[in-house]
Design a protein around this ligand. Structure first.
Ligand SMILES: Nc1ncnc2c1ncn2[C@@H]1O[C@H](COP(=O)(O)OP(=O)(O)O)[C@@H](O)[C@H]1O
Ligand SMILES: O=c1ccn([C@@H]2O[C@H](COP(=O)(O)O)[C@@H](O)[C@H]2O)c(=O)[nH]1
Length: 212
């Protein structure tokens, strides 16, 4: 049996970090693709951006969304604790276009395996301690910037100037201060300048092992 030395608890929690555009969401989608939906759940750190409903759209535009203080880690941690106890949670929904939480929530039920992905999930010590396995997805910064530009313009309603301004003033400095240093906590680093099907298969094997 392939266990990679992981001590399996009742619920396996996997944390996946990496800089913006490194491909975290894509890797997670590939991992869960062939796994049973009712056994594996995914929680994105993005859902836990602070509720900024009290700010105007202009004020929200000034927020540093790459600093750990922009994330409600307490809520994320308490939700994971509830899931681990077998209870369901109401996960917030974050709109990248509105840059705030929506009023609706999504009910997430406990699963045998929960994947938590986000730029800062390995930077928070308390959250990090909850992970049975820690993964860092790496892609070079120029590759990430190209992907981010394409995605934010196409999917998140930003223009070229806004993406570049944010990249220089928040994304890059916060990456260097908080995200890149969190790589040292990873059990596994996935190189993702190109699609990495071997690494995806390895993680899927570990999860499948847990599901037997
Ligand atoms: N290995 C890859 N090669 C090329 N493009 C990729 C790769 N992985 C992801 N992408 C693309 O890059 C963009 C950002 O990927 P995404 O998974 O959203 O990254 P993240 O969640 O880390 O910000 C998406 O448009 C995605 O299709
Ligand atoms: O309202 C927002 C909130 C966050 N961002 C940016 O999103 C990325 C993190 O998401 P990834 O999917 O990992 O790229 C972060 O770098 C924030 O700058 C945003 O643009 N707007």
């Amino acid at each position: 049996m392939l266990t990679f030395g992981i001590k399996f608890l009742s619920m396996l929690i996997i944390g996946i970090a990496g800089g913006t555009g490194c491909g975290k969401t894509t890797v997670v989608k590939q991992i869960v693709q062939e796994l049973p939906e009712n056994e594996v759940g995914v929680i994105s750190q993005d859902s836990y951006y602070n509720d900024l409903a009290h700010l105007s759209k202009e004020e929200r535009g000034q927020v540093n969304f790459d600093h750990p203080n922009s994330i409600d880690f307490d809520l994320l941690i308490s939700h994971l604790e509830l899931l681990r106890k077998g209870q369901s949670i109401e996960k917030p929904i974050y709109s990248f276009v509105e840059e705030t939480r929506l009023d609706e929530t999504i009910t997430v039920h406990p699963r045998k395996v929960i994947i938590v992905e986000g730029i800062l999930v390995l930077s928070n010590p308390k959250l990090r301690e909850m992970f049975d396995m820690k993964i860092y997805v790496h892609a070079d910064s120029d590759e990430r910037l190209i992907r981010r530009l394409q995605r934010d313009i196409k999917e998140r309603g930003h223009d070229l100037e806004k993406v570049l301004y944010r990249y220089q003033n928040a994304v890059k400095p916060m990456h260097e201060q908080f995200i890149e240093p969190s790589k040292e906590f990873a059990d596994l680093i996935i190189p993702n300048n190109h699609y990495n099907t071997v690494a995806v298969d390895m993680v899927r094997t570990i999860i499948n092992d847990k599901l037997q």
